[in-house]
Design a protein around this ligand. Sequence first.
Ligand SMILES: Cc1cc2nc3c(=O)[nH]c(=O)nc-3n(C[C@H](O)[C@H](O)[C@H](O)COP(=O)(O)OP(=O)(O)OC[C@H]3O[C@@H](n4cnc5c(N)ncnc54)[C@H](O)[C@@H]3O)c2cc1C
Length: 363
Amino acid sequence: MFPIKVAIMGAGLAGLACAIMLEKNGIEPVIFEKRRQVGDRFINGEILMSILNRPIDDCLAHFSQNYGIYLQPVGNIGKAVIFSENNKAELTGQIGFSNIRGRHPHSFENQLARQVKTGIEFNSEACYEELLEEYTHVVMATGDGTYAEKVQNYRPDLTATLKGAIVTGKFDRYTVYAWLNNHLAPKGYGWLIPLSEKEANIVIGYPDYSENKEKDPNVLWERFYEDVCNKMGQYLKVVDRFEVNRYLFGICKYPRIGNTFFTGNCFGAIMPFLGFGQFPALLTGIYAAHDLSGKSKYDEMTGHLRQSYQNSLVVRRALEKLDNRKLDTLVKAMDTEWGNKAFNAKKFDLLKFVSYLLRPATG
Ligand SMILES: Cc1cc2nc3c(=O)[nH]c(=O)nc-3n(C[C@H](O)[C@H](O)[C@H](O)COP(=O)(O)OP(=O)(O)OC[C@H]3O[C@@H](n4cnc5c(N)ncnc54)[C@H](O)[C@@H]3O)c2cc1C
């Protein structure tokens, strides 16, 4: 049989997960990474939330048990506190995991890189058209839908501005916080994720709709920062800042075209509702490797992720319609025994159920 030659564009979550799985199946890919080293960008905290990945409950156990991919979190989240303008909800249970991203040695991408045997070609911004000439297969894993858009295989749904900082203070690493407040993040969210007992990441993310374009991100940020300090009851010292402009949310039209696989954010991993994309990014990398190893079909395996994306988009569109008064009502409803039960029900796909109910309202 003609030997396959696989090029992976991007050493992020999807690209590295794909490389690990290919190696396990006896295929040695060539990985191209445009940065100087893995995760060479700002450090931030991210989370994996069980409720968004049903029926899988424990994402990290899923990766180790089924695929032999090992990821260590910063903490398992036992409590999520959600603030609206006037209300607060506390959800407890096995909510998920927090983890680090970026240039930190413990970041998910660095943990994955240590599990890859193949060397990574750094400082090489792969050109898709050139790779097609040299390799039998290309795995697009650039973490950015713009390339998939360029090759006319992408439906962009929105872009967002993300403004964040690393702050020092005192934190409980098992508790995360979210803000649903249009004064702070219009039609978006704010969040605080501890990186340790002494450091946390605080971020606002909101869509770049025309009505938001007039808003000054610095003013929103200062307002949010002040509210975070108030709610946490302490002065938080900013030690690092970052801003991501026009962060693209969308989904590819076809997961695979010819011998090119669209993975991670190029596939449509980033879910529009809360912007979570790590779990689907890792899965798409793994699924692409399975297809390349002749085990299953990428198009079929990614079907459930496309559905989740659509469900997530419906929930986002519905949430965007809520003013602060309605967000207060929503948060109050969450802070009940039923709210906690729905959040913790392991066999219940809450996102699917809610999106089904909201579909008529969002068109
Ligand atoms: C501030 C922020 C907070 C987030 N919070 C969460 C969260 O809490 N939970 C969650 O699940 N998700 C979160 N996400 C989304 C999540 O980070 C992404 O969905 C996920 O990282 C996508 O993985 P990926 O493999 O597609 O891309 P990445 O992991 O970003 O990797 C892409 C890699 O490709 C490289 N590259 C780009 N172009 C080229 C090229 N032409 N040639 C070679 N290499 C290239 C890049 O340098 C990078 O290393 C957040 C995102 C941001 C920005």
